[in-house]
Design a protein around this ligand. Structure first.
Ligand code: PLP
Length: 408
């Protein structure tokens, strides 16, 4: 009898593996000790066998590490693992100290005084600061547009437009931008499209497959996933790395600590399990809230009543783990609700194993003028919930109990 033929043949090439497999085995640099778990290389520098080798290393003739501001083996493992997940288009990845360091590196490394950047106005507060306040201080003009409307992007293009920047789904309103449409407009204008993919996570949306040139992450969020370390990642082409990012990161030093990179690397192993569980709970919670008489509106991309549900189905493979909703009333009711929660914690963070609630108008988006908040649809009754890994029944009971308390 011939041996049973395997149903599927497996190649040794990580690029042929399913995402879950890439996230467990991708990018491993095993040392001479043959450790199972990835090693943590807490080292600033590296020693050379000879003066000749040092010379060759600096001339780029001898492959290897020089200094951990440039590269470090633990950081390399993280970079390769996330690069493999994004797939075609992501020829290179670089780790950074925070998500904001990644956003700043992506934008500033490729723009100069006299250039122009167009950005969606619905952005994470610090991203909006980079585009709206920091860029103009260095002679980079910026225009903020309603990201949902492709014609607004087109109308904002100038002869010197070099970059487009967007976040989809956006924080906290979960507004979407059509990445493929906006990429076409950017490329026709000779501009690069930079996408902040934090809310979708690297699992639910692959921006490069829709035409993005550069993808940035705050690894602080779902990639760590347990609220421990800060970190960021930039994914790009080999050309972009060579022309812009490599020198910017080497010389200005927003590098990630090897310890934090190690935490993120191990976080990637369990990312699919966590994101799947959180998305399932988020969908249940979104429906329970939508059915509640004290909830005026629920925003969740996987619900058919999300204004851009069709687009969500086209470019995302799940609704995500953030649910945003408007409570009847304003700040008073929202605060009473937050203060009555027993399991979910009040925090401006997201992507944690613990469910976290935020009142954007008074925290993450406090810096914006009231008119800017109104323009984005961030009202005083809006609450953003980052769904954690608790039992969904406990979470629904917590939310419903706090709503009752808020209106008692
Ligand atoms: C948190 C966040 C950032 C910034 O990340 P840090 O790691 O806190 O610097 C950028 N963009 C989005 C969408 C975020 O949620």
């Amino acid at each position: 009898m011939p041996a049973n033929k395997p149903k599927k043949s497996v190649s040794a090439d990580p690029a042929s593996w399913a995402p879950e497999t890439r996230l467990v085995h991708g990018g491993v640099l095993r040392s001479q000790f043959g450790e199972t778990s990835e090693a943590l290389f807490l080292t600033q520098g590296y020693v050379y066998n000879s003066a000749e080798q040092a010379e060759a290393r600096f001339k780029n003739e001898d492959p290897g590490y020089q200094y951990s501001r440039f590269a470090n083996p633990t950081v390399s493992m993280l970079e390769e693992r996330i690069r493999l997940l994004e797939g075609p288009g992501a020829e290179e990845a670089r780790g950074t100290a925070t998500g904001m360091a990644a956003v700043t590196a992506a934008i500033l490394s490729c723009l100069s005084a006299g250039d122009h950047i167009v950005s969606a106005r619905a952005l994470f507060g610090s991203c909006r600061y980079i585009v709206e306040d920091l860029c103009p201080r260095f002679g980079i003009a910026s225009t903020l547009v309603d990201g949902r409307d492709p014609s607004a992007w087109q109308a904002a293009v100038r002869p010197n437009t070099k970059a487009f920047f967007l976040e989809t789904p956006a924080n906290p309103t979960l507004e979407l931008v059509d990445i493929a449409e906006v990429a076409k407009i950017a490329h026709a204008a000779g501009a690069k499209l930079i996408v902040d993919n934090v809310f979708a996570t690297p699992l639910l949306q692959r921006p490069m497959q829709h035409g993005a040139d550069i993808v940035v992450y705050s690894a602080t969020k779902h990639i760590d996933g347990q609220g421990r370390c800060l970190g960021g990642l930039v994914l790009c082409s080999a050309q972009f790395l060579k022309d812009h990012l490599q020198d910017y990161i080497r010389q200005t030093g927003p590098s990630i600590s090897p310890f934090n990179a190690w935490v993120m690397l191990k976080g990637l192993e369990t990312l699919p399990v966590r994101v799947k569980a959180q998305c399932e709970s988020a969908a249940v919670i979104a429906d329970a809230l939508a059915a509640h008489e004290r909830i005026a509106k629920v925003l969740y991309p996987a619900r058919t009543d999300h204004p851009q549900h069709e687009l969500a189905k086209r470019q995302m493979s799940g609704g995500g783990q953030i649910v945003t909703f408007n409570i009847d009333g304003g700040k008073r009711e929202a605060f009473r609700f937050l203060n009555a929660l027993k399991i979910a914690k009040i925090s401006n963070n997201l992507g944690d194993a613990k469910s976290l609630v935020t009142h954007p108008a008074t925290t993450t988006h406090q810096r914006l003028k009231p008119e800017a908040r109104a323009e984005l649809g961030i009202g005083d009754g809006m609450v953003r919930l980052s769904v954690g890994l608790e039992a969904v029944d406990d979470l629904v009971a917590d939310l419903e109990g706090a709503l009752s308390a808020a209106f008692a």
